[in-house]
Unconditional design. Structure first.
Length: 424
């Protein structure tokens, strides 16, 4: 084809909350440093779901039509002039969705996930937005593509993106062998935290969630050594009534009534939340017979109450790894984590993780010997069970509706949905 030629490209385009339209567009040839990829598999993510349901993800609102999707793999269909020799037509690749500048201090020091010029596919953080992978073809910088090992199928390669989140977090908290790990929140990210912790030799991995179906899934598929379903609670402190008030007292005039009870203040609410978090953490430690707590607590829910609980669940000198997103501001027991030297660590996306992630996923699909049914990375092999449902590109809106419900028409848990937008 000539450099000016284009091909038909089907895409699932988000126009607003719960408004996805599948339409045909045109896509041109890749630029000099780009590679054109035919998308074979895309996994739907929680951030995609926020955009679908609300038209925004946190502070980032969709201001123009946007193609979602960033957990993807596919096959090369065209190569830009300067990318020749790096990739060839027909080569299978995983797509790293973050396009970083490669020039700033963060990029040159290896922390490109913090690049201030980052353009992330399927994110509305920048305008104009950068389209994601819920389309048949996309042109993408060659340096953000990774060759697939022969043993790694497209669906498993799509999981390299969320697995990269955990690899990056595990490096941040120095996850290693012989540690006791607590995972809070058993969505796809929490289950990957369990699998990676076990793969890396954790002495014990225990996990909690408030949703019984997720807890049962983790137990059934062996993601954790032990699991427990906690109950959500919203503490509301109620001061003791004074002796002067009684149910038989006449009703006061609403315009001049004076309550005999002090008002519930934000400080009282915060203290009550902390008390509940401490009690919940103690219940978890008692349930798992871990009185000292955990070397590493992976917080994968993003809920303020769980973050608070994680502080009390970590052992002295331990680490609380914040992975879940959802709470912009949280009231934390500073004296507890400061005096016990608990490190609270943040983690944002990933950097330099894809090679490791793809190798792990390939090993998860490779027997240790031709006659064996045991894989080279048996704990990672469990992640294949995360894919619970599959849809075509034309069914993208239906897939998002199912993901938002969390269970299908048969009552089965919905974890990771894969969209097949092409064929190998």
């Amino acid at each position: 084809m000539s450099s000016s030629s284009s091909i038909l490209n089907t895409a699932a385009v988000l126009h607003g909350p719960r408004d996805i339209r599948v339409k045909d567009r045109r896509i041109g040839q890749p630029m000099l440093e780009e590679v054109q990829v035919k998308i074979v598999s895309t996994g739907l993510c929680g951030s995609d779901l926020h955009y679908y349901k609300d038209g925004r993800n946190g502070d980032f609102a969709v201001r123009s039509p946007l193609v979602l999707g960033h957990e993807a793999a596919g096959v090369v269909t065209a190569v830009g002039l300067n990318a020749k020799g790096k990739f060839t037509v027909g080569q299978r690749v995983a797509i790293e969705a973050g396009i970083y500048c490669r020039q700033c201090n963060y990029c040159t020091s290896g922390r490109y996930n913090l690049c201030k010029q980052m353009r992330f596919c399927s994110s509305a953080a920048r305008n104009p937005h950068v389209d994601g992978t819920l389309q048949q073809y996309m042109n993408h910088p060659a340096y953000c593509l990774h060759p697939l090992p022969d043993a790694c199928p497209y669906e498993m390669a799509s999981i390299a993106e969320p697995l990269s989140v955990l690899i990056h977090a595990s490096r941040r908290c120095s996850l290693g062998p012989n540690q006791k790990v607590l995972v809070c929140g058993l969505g796809a990210i929490g289950l990957l935290a369990c699998a990676l912790s076990k793969h890396m030799g954790a002495k014990r991995v225990v996990a909690v969630d408030i949703i019984p179906e997720r807890v049962e899934f983790a137990r059934k598929h062996g993601f954790a050594d032990e699991v427990y379903c906690t109950k959500p609670s919203t503490p509301t402190p109620t001061p003791e009534p004074s002796s002067s008030s009684s149910s038989s007292s006449p009703a006061a005039d609403s315009c001049c009534a004076h309550s005999s009870q002090p008002p519930v203040t934000p400080a009282m609410m915060s203290e009550a939340q902390i008390k509940t978090a401490q009690e919940t953490a103690q219940m978890v430690k008692d349930t798992f017979n871990d009185p000292e707590g955990y070397d590493v607590v992976f917080e994968c829910s993003g809920a303020e109450a769980v973050i608070q609980m994680g502080v009390f669940a970590a052992m002295a000198g331990g680490k609380l790894m914040l992975i879940g997103m959802g709470t912009r501001n949280a009231f934390l027991p500073v004296s507890t984590f400061a005096l016990r030297e608990i490190d609270i660590l943040g983690s944002f996306r990933y950097a330099n993780t894809y090679t490791e992630a793809l190798k792990l996923l390939a090993d998860a699909c490779t027997p240790i010997s031709p006659s064996s049914t045991t894989m080279k990375a048996p704990e990672i092999s469990r992640v294949a069970t995360l894919v619970t449902h599959r849809f075509s590109l034309q069914e993208t809106a239906k897939a998002f509706e199912l993901l938002s419900r969390g269970v299908d028409e048969y009552g089965s848990l919905v974890l990771k949905i894969m969209i097949g937008s092409g064929s190998s």
